[in-house]
Write a protein that binds this ligand. Structure first.
Ligand code: AMP
Length: 306
């Protein structure tokens, strides 16, 4: 039984008000994999070009990421994305998107991945996400999906089809408003949960995240950080922590999903402390436990009503 992760593996070039990176390793699938393997082994599905460094693939393998489902197109180039953050670090402009190998990506699910119990579909074309679900012979215990406004604009019909087949949708507040056509987050959540997913996670950046299921709502804070160095991949890291915790514990109750949201938030708070995937490569179990505990302290209070 395993966690299968589908997502882009990329070169990124990032500009923030505090610095600028050259081409560094990025991609939604890369961030999810780096994060999830702190909790459980990962079976990765992605595509890279011949220019993707072999030592980076080795690094992922060493961390318990199975790469049998990662296609290497020797004569083509890896997906490239470049972005520039504004002063508030919450908004960014995409400067360059070169799809390269991602342009005609047809994922192939290896036979050894058919034991998939947890499936994390990172932000990719909805048709690609759907193709992975359709190749699985047995329905996984839980399917989570991340998407973005771009796909709502260019592939809404495909997105609606894949939403019908998933259990948890993870999006940010503006995407929830766009998908539902409703400005109220609570009404938006209710509408989205009629489109397929029974659970909905709405991320609100530095203001935390909400988990919706039927009439239940759980609110998790984000850790107030003095310095945010680079928010790239924070959403993917959140998803990696969320699904990693669920896959490790094999418990998909609402109560355990609350813990998973806190784990995801804690992992995302590490991600933003350095450029790219750097911070996610050097975490100890103690540092993760300590950070999760900081979240517990953050929201803990006693009330005595007289
Ligand atoms: P996030 O900051 O969580 O939105 O994720 C940023 C990561 O997503 C970067 O590492 C990019 O390489 C990757 N990315 C950006 N645009 C796309 C896209 N259209 N398809 C797949 N991955 C993308």
């Amino acid at each position: 039984m395993s966690l299968v992760v589908v997502g882009s593996m990329a070169f990124d070039a990032i500009e923030t008000p505090f610095g600028k990176s050259d081409k560094i390793i990025g991609g939604a699938g890369t961030y999810i994999a780096f994060c999830s393997t702190y909790f459980t082994p990962v079976k990765q599905i992605s595509v890279v070009g011949g220019d993707f460094p072999e030592d980076e693939l080795d690094e992922l393998s060493k961390r318990n990421v199975c790469l049998e489902g990662v296609q290497i197109k020797k004569d083509e180039k890896t997906f490239f994305w470049s972005g520039r953050y504004h002063m508030d670090m919450n908004s960014r402009d995409t400067l360059v998107t070169e799809l390269n190998v991602l342009g005609d990506f047809k994922p192939i699910v290896p036979e050894s991945y058919q034991d998939c119990e947890f499936l994390m579909l990172g932000n990719l074309a909805p048709a690609v996400q759907l193709s992975v679900i359709e190749q699985l012979k047995n329905k996984p215990k839980l399917i989570a999906l991340d998407t973005m406004n771009f796909w709502m604009e260019v592939a809404m019909d495909d997105l609606k089809k894949v939403l019908e087949k998933i259990d948890v949708l993870i999006i940010n507040d503006s995407e929830a408003r766009q998908l539902s056509g409703d400005y109220s987050i609570v009404r938006a959540a209710k509408k989205i949960m009629t489109m397929g997913p029974k659970y909905l996670v709405i991320k609100k950046g530095e203001h935390g995240a909400l988990l919706f299921h039927e009439n239940n709502v759980f609110v998790a804070p984000a850790l107030p950080l003095e310095d945010v160095f680079d928010p790239t991949g924070a959403g993917d890291t959140f998803a990696g922590g969320f699904i990693g915790h669920l896959a490790k514990t094999k418990d998909i109750s609402f109560e355990n999903m609350k813990t998973a949201i806190i784990v995801g938030s804690a992992m995302a708070s590490f991600c933003v402390e350095k450029f790219g995937t750097e911070r996610l490569r050097n975490l100890s179990k103690d540092a993760i436990a300590e950070r999760i505990n900081e979240f517990v302290q953050l929201v803990h209070f006693d009330v005595s009503l007289v």
